[in-house]
Structures are given as C-alpha cells and as structure tokens.
Write a protein that binds this ligand. Structure first.
Ligand code: ZN
Ligand code: ZN
Length: 409
C-alpha cells in the first residue's frame, strides 16, 4: 500500500496541479487526511515547490458550527479568510483539494444557514473563483477515504474493511497500482478522451436532445463558439493540469437561456452534507421553474436559489454508461466520483474555457455570449443505460451522440 499512496500523492502533485519550481501550493484537507496531505507536501517539495500552505477542515467542527454558532456568523466571511484564498490565487499559487466528507454530515442543519454561509463566502471569494474557474491558476480535486464516508459506500462492512475497499476502488479510478505507471496510464487515458472531444468539436452542434425512461426529455442549446473540453486543462501560461482526478467526462457550456423540458436525476447527489435523491427539474428558457426531489428537497431548493444564476445551467457533460467508474457499480456519495460515472449537468457557473476566447473575456462579455454566471456550481447525474442524446448541427442535420447510454460512435 505504501508504494500506492506515494504514487498517488505524486500523481496529484505533479500531474494534477502540475506544481512548478518556485510555486506555492495550497492544500485544503480534512484533518483526518493529514497523513496523506503530508505525502502530497513531500512530493511537492521534491518537485521544487516554494512553500506548502495548509487549509484544514473537519467534519465534526463544521457540524458543530452550523448547529451552535451565533446566527450572524453565517452572513459574512472574515476578511483574512477571504484574503487567504484570494491572495494566494492572485500570487499564482496552485490549489490541491483533498475531498473526503461524511456524506450526511449536515443532516438536520438549517438549510438557510448553509445557504447564507455559501452566499457570503461566494461573494467574498469572487476573485479566487474567477482565477480558478478561468484556469488562471492550476487546481486539482482528489480524494481519499475516511471512515464515515467508507461506511456509507459499503454499508454492513466493518469499518477497516470498508476503508480498504474504498481505497481499492479509488486506486482503480485514478489508475494507480504502485508500479509507478500511473503517469503513462493517464497520458493514454487523456488521449482517449481527446478523441471524443475532437469529434464533438468537429460537429459544431447547435443543440442536444436528451431522452430516457426516467422521464428526461430535455433540449439543450449550445452557445455559438462553444468548445468541448476534457481531461487536462491549461493555465493561461500554457501549463497543463487536471482539475478533477479521476475524470472521465467531455464537457461544455449550455446556452444560458437555451435549456427547455424536463430532466430527472439518475443517482443520489450529496450536496453540503445532505443526500438529495430523485431530482426532477422542469426547465423553461434556461431557468429551473419547477423543482422536486424525493429526499433532500429543502436542500435542493436552497441550492438553486443561492443567487440568480443558480437556477440556470452551467455545464453539460458526457460520460458513457460503460465507462470504467460506471462499471464499478458503486455509489460513492461523492460527486468527484459519481459525476464521472454518469452523464451530468450542473446548475450555476459555466467554465470560461468552454467558449472560444472565454478565458480572456470579462464576465459581462461571457454573459453576453450566453454563459451562465453564479457563485455556485453543482453537478448532478442524469445518465442511464437507456439515455439517448441526439445532436442537431448548425446546418440542421440530426446526429446521434448517445445511443443506449454510450457514445454513438
Ligand atoms: Zn463535469
Ligand atoms: Zn461540474
């Protein structure tokens, strides 16, 4: 296992954020994952990192705060805290996030407190978000097991066994086996994603029409000059990095006002420590006009009303039903993995890289070109074994994009 842990840490640091000599690395990590954060820090220093700066989090303390802190706490983010992220991003640091949470950590917490806290930090961290979303600075989200999470993924398993099983599953998704071959495997994998990306870009689609037996019947128009992206991104200075590890998706941005119909989720979504299941959205001219969920409906309604853009869409992502993570047939209760097992959409902010020249445009210019703007970005899964997606090209031809849950080609 030791060799795998080291290979994984090195992969996240050297390929994920692609740390450069003299660059600062900010690692966001739960305290439970400190041992792994140390491995990442060592790998970063070995690669010539200037300094590793830590931002710790803790599920239990987060829950205590939401339950017991004075109410006014959730309406502002202290200036020094905002400056931490904004300042390091402004200096060109790289950001590595270790994502590991108890999926139900915030059950029973007032959704309004969570929403207000998100709103205030979203406002205060505008600069940080702009610099990361536009790929001005490199960032990467990776993940390791913690017991509370592993127990949810493998219910009925003793805790140690659940953690071990989750490790094995994660190693598979990130192509790490301890042999040191992960970097080469990633190169091959990225080339495979690029084939789909090139094909989609070559079609220059005007719209996509989704249908399946869950009741999804949704048309998504794409902005003129949209770009399908996948795998690795590049900073403005041209350095490649991988924002999500694992990643199996090819994605672009929808036209803000161009989404119409009904969309139903195909997997539970964990958002802010609450499980939201069986989502149904009715969408009109881009805006979510009717919302329901079998569980977590309050949390969902809070999420889509966070700001004006939260009820519009910001991402369209394609993941074949037969892709490797989907084939594991595991529900991870962590979007980093679940979104890479399924076609998904996101409500909220769109990625500027999904529009030609988008990263160089101002927010207003991007908006004028049809990209959504929001302080949030929440992916939810819509892919099924019987999902069909038909594309329409700008010259009016219909092209099958997905047939029976997989790419039509
Ligand atoms: Zn995505
Ligand atoms: Zn997303």
């Amino acid at each position: 296992m030791e060799a795998k842990f080291k290979e994984y840490a090195k992969l996240l640091v050297e390929v994920g954020v692609n740390i450069q000599k003299g660059q600062t690395l900010v690692i966001g990590s739960p305290v439970d994952c400190a041992w792994f954060a140390r491995l990442c820090a060592r790998a970063a220093y070995a690669a010539g990192c200037r300094e590793v700066v830590m931002r710790w989090s803790d599920d239990e303390l987060t829950r205590e705060k939401y339950l017991h802190a004075e109410d006014s706490v959730f309406d502002s983010l202290p200036a020094w805290q905002a400056e931490f992220d904004n300042g390091y991003a402004r200096q060109g640091a790289a950001f590595l996030h270790i994502s590991a949470r108890d999926p139900e950590n915030l059950v029973g917490v007032d959704p309004d407190r969570i929403a207000r806290s998100q709103r205030s930090s979203g406002e205060a961290l505008r600069e940080y978000r702009e610099l990361t979303m536009s790929n001005t600075v490199p960032w990467c989200i990776g993940s390791i097991p913690i017991p509370s999470w592993a127990r949810k993924v493998f219910p009925g398993c003793p805790e140690d066994e659940a953690v071990e099983k989750l490790w094995e599953a994660i190693f598979q998704t990130v192509r790490v086996d301890g042999s040191g071959a992960a970097v080469d495997r990633w190169r091959e994998h990225l080339a495979g994603l690029k084939d789909h990306m090139d094909r989609l870009n070559g079609l220059n689609l005007e719209s996509l029409h989704y249908t399946n037996s869950l009741g999804t019947d949704l048309t998504i128009r794409l902005p003129e000059g949209h770009i399908w992206a996948a795998g690795s991104s590049a900073t403005k200075s041209g350095l490649p990095f991988i924002a999500n590890m694992p990643t199996e998706e090819v994605f672009t941005a929808p036209l803000r006002n161009g989404v119409d119909g009904v969309v139903c989720s195909s997997m539970p979504l964990v958002h802010n420590g609450v499980v939201i299941d069986k989502i149904r959205f009715q969408v009109k001219e881009g805006k979510i006009v009717e919302t329901s969920a079998q569980t977590g409906e309050d949390a969902l309604k809070a999420a889509i009303t966070l700001d004006e853009g939260a009820s519009y869409f910001g991402e369209v992502a394609l993941v074949p039903y037969d892709s490797p993570i989907s084939r594991q047939k595991l529900l991870y209760y962590n979007t980093l993995f679940d979104e890479n097992a399924s076609c998904h959409l996101a409500f909220g902010e769109a990625y500027p890289e999904c529009l030609r020249g988008g990263a160089e445009m101002s927010k207003e210019e991007r908006k004028a070109r049809g990209l959504n703007d929001s302080i949030t970005h929440v992916d939810f899964m819509v892919g099924t074994a019987d999902l069909s997606i038909t594309g329409k090209t700008r010259d009016g031809r219909e092209v099958p994009v997905f047939v029976d849950g997989n790419f039509a080609w």
